[in-house]
Design a binder for this molecule. Sequence first.
Ligand SMILES: [Zn+2]
Length: 119
Amino acid sequence: MLPFGSRPTPRPACPFCGTAVGRPPEGFSLEDGEYHKALCTCKAAVGYDDSGVRQGAMLMELLVFICGGDWDRALDLDEADYEIRHLEGYRAAEHRMSRGDVRAGSSQGAFLFVKLAAD
Ligand SMILES: [Zn+2]
Protein backbone atom coordinates (compact mmCIF):
# COMPACT_ATOMS: atom_id res chain seq x y z
CA MET A 1 0.00 0.00 0.00
CA LEU A 2 1.14 3.50 -0.80
CA PRO A 3 1.24 6.00 2.05
CA PHE A 4 -1.73 8.35 2.05
CA GLY A 5 -1.25 11.32 -0.26
CA SER A 6 1.65 9.93 -2.28
CA ARG A 7 1.24 9.59 -6.01
CA PRO A 8 2.22 6.39 -7.75
CA THR A 9 5.51 6.43 -9.64
CA PRO A 10 5.41 5.98 -13.41
CA ARG A 11 5.10 2.70 -15.22
CA PRO A 12 8.06 1.77 -17.42
CA ALA A 13 7.87 3.08 -20.99
CA CYS A 14 10.09 3.01 -24.06
CA PRO A 15 12.47 6.02 -23.98
CA PHE A 16 12.38 6.19 -27.78
CA CYS A 17 8.64 6.28 -28.40
CA GLY A 18 6.88 6.29 -25.03
CA THR A 19 5.07 2.98 -25.55
CA ALA A 20 4.31 1.21 -22.30
CA VAL A 21 6.60 -1.70 -21.55
CA GLY A 22 4.95 -4.95 -20.53
CA ARG A 23 5.58 -6.69 -17.27
CA PRO A 24 8.54 -9.04 -17.62
CA PRO A 25 8.60 -11.91 -18.30
CA GLU A 26 5.03 -11.42 -19.53
CA GLY A 27 5.40 -10.43 -23.17
CA PHE A 28 9.12 -11.06 -22.90
CA SER A 29 10.68 -14.11 -24.52
CA LEU A 30 13.62 -16.14 -23.29
CA GLU A 31 14.19 -18.24 -26.41
CA ASP A 32 17.79 -17.91 -27.54
CA GLY A 33 19.54 -16.42 -24.63
CA GLU A 34 19.53 -15.69 -20.96
CA TYR A 35 17.77 -12.33 -20.86
CA HIS A 36 14.11 -11.49 -21.25
CA LYS A 37 13.71 -9.66 -24.51
CA ALA A 38 10.89 -7.97 -26.39
CA LEU A 39 10.51 -5.77 -29.41
CA CYS A 40 8.86 -2.38 -29.10
CA THR A 41 6.48 -1.03 -31.72
CA CYS A 42 9.24 1.44 -32.70
CA LYS A 43 11.53 -1.56 -33.42
CA ALA A 44 13.70 -0.92 -30.38
CA ALA A 45 14.81 -4.11 -28.65
CA VAL A 46 13.99 -4.14 -24.94
CA GLY A 47 15.95 -6.31 -22.55
CA TYR A 48 15.16 -6.92 -18.90
CA ASP A 49 17.65 -7.81 -16.23
CA ASP A 50 16.24 -8.51 -12.79
CA SER A 51 19.55 -7.81 -11.08
CA GLY A 52 20.07 -4.57 -12.97
CA VAL A 53 23.84 -5.04 -13.14
CA ARG A 54 24.71 -7.25 -16.10
CA GLN A 55 23.94 -4.86 -18.90
CA GLY A 56 27.12 -5.44 -20.91
CA ALA A 57 26.26 -9.03 -21.74
CA MET A 58 22.65 -8.08 -22.30
CA LEU A 59 23.64 -5.40 -24.81
CA MET A 60 25.34 -7.99 -27.01
CA GLU A 61 22.32 -10.25 -26.80
CA LEU A 62 20.00 -7.38 -27.71
CA LEU A 63 22.13 -6.43 -30.71
CA VAL A 64 21.90 -9.99 -32.02
CA PHE A 65 18.17 -9.99 -31.28
CA ILE A 66 17.57 -6.73 -33.13
CA CYS A 67 19.54 -8.13 -36.09
CA GLY A 68 17.14 -11.06 -36.30
CA GLY A 69 19.59 -13.50 -34.73
CA ASP A 70 22.35 -12.65 -37.21
CA TRP A 71 25.57 -12.68 -35.15
CA ASP A 72 27.76 -11.54 -38.05
CA ARG A 73 25.62 -8.49 -38.65
CA ALA A 74 25.47 -7.71 -34.93
CA LEU A 75 29.25 -7.98 -34.55
CA ASP A 76 29.73 -5.67 -37.55
CA LEU A 77 27.68 -2.92 -35.97
CA ASP A 78 29.48 0.25 -35.13
CA GLU A 79 28.57 2.33 -32.08
CA ALA A 80 27.16 4.90 -34.49
CA ASP A 81 24.77 2.27 -35.88
CA TYR A 82 22.63 2.02 -32.77
CA GLU A 83 21.36 4.00 -29.81
CA ILE A 84 21.17 2.79 -26.22
CA ARG A 85 18.86 3.93 -23.45
CA HIS A 86 18.72 2.69 -19.87
CA LEU A 87 15.75 2.54 -17.57
CA GLU A 88 16.85 1.66 -14.08
CA GLY A 89 15.07 1.23 -10.80
CA TYR A 90 12.23 -1.04 -11.89
CA ARG A 91 10.20 -2.59 -9.08
CA ALA A 92 8.78 -5.76 -10.51
CA ALA A 93 6.30 -6.36 -7.69
CA GLU A 94 4.44 -3.15 -8.49
CA HIS A 95 5.39 -2.87 -12.18
CA ARG A 96 6.50 0.70 -11.56
CA MET A 97 9.69 2.71 -11.65
CA SER A 98 11.34 3.92 -8.47
CA ARG A 99 11.33 7.55 -7.58
CA GLY A 100 14.65 9.24 -7.00
CA ASP A 101 17.94 7.54 -6.40
CA VAL A 102 18.56 3.93 -7.17
CA ARG A 103 21.09 2.43 -4.83
CA ALA A 104 23.86 0.47 -6.49
CA GLY A 105 23.55 -3.20 -5.68
CA SER A 106 19.88 -2.93 -4.87
CA SER A 107 17.64 -5.69 -6.09
CA GLN A 108 15.74 -3.49 -8.51
CA GLY A 109 15.60 -4.51 -12.13
CA ALA A 110 16.68 -2.56 -15.17
CA PHE A 111 15.59 -2.28 -18.77
CA LEU A 112 17.99 -1.73 -21.62
CA PHE A 113 16.70 -0.39 -24.94
CA VAL A 114 18.63 -0.64 -28.19
CA LYS A 115 17.48 0.85 -31.47
CA LEU A 116 19.23 0.65 -34.81
CA ALA A 117 19.93 4.07 -36.29
CA ALA A 118 18.75 2.85 -39.69
CA ASP A 119 15.27 2.13 -38.36
ZN1 LIG B 1 9.60 2.17 -28.56
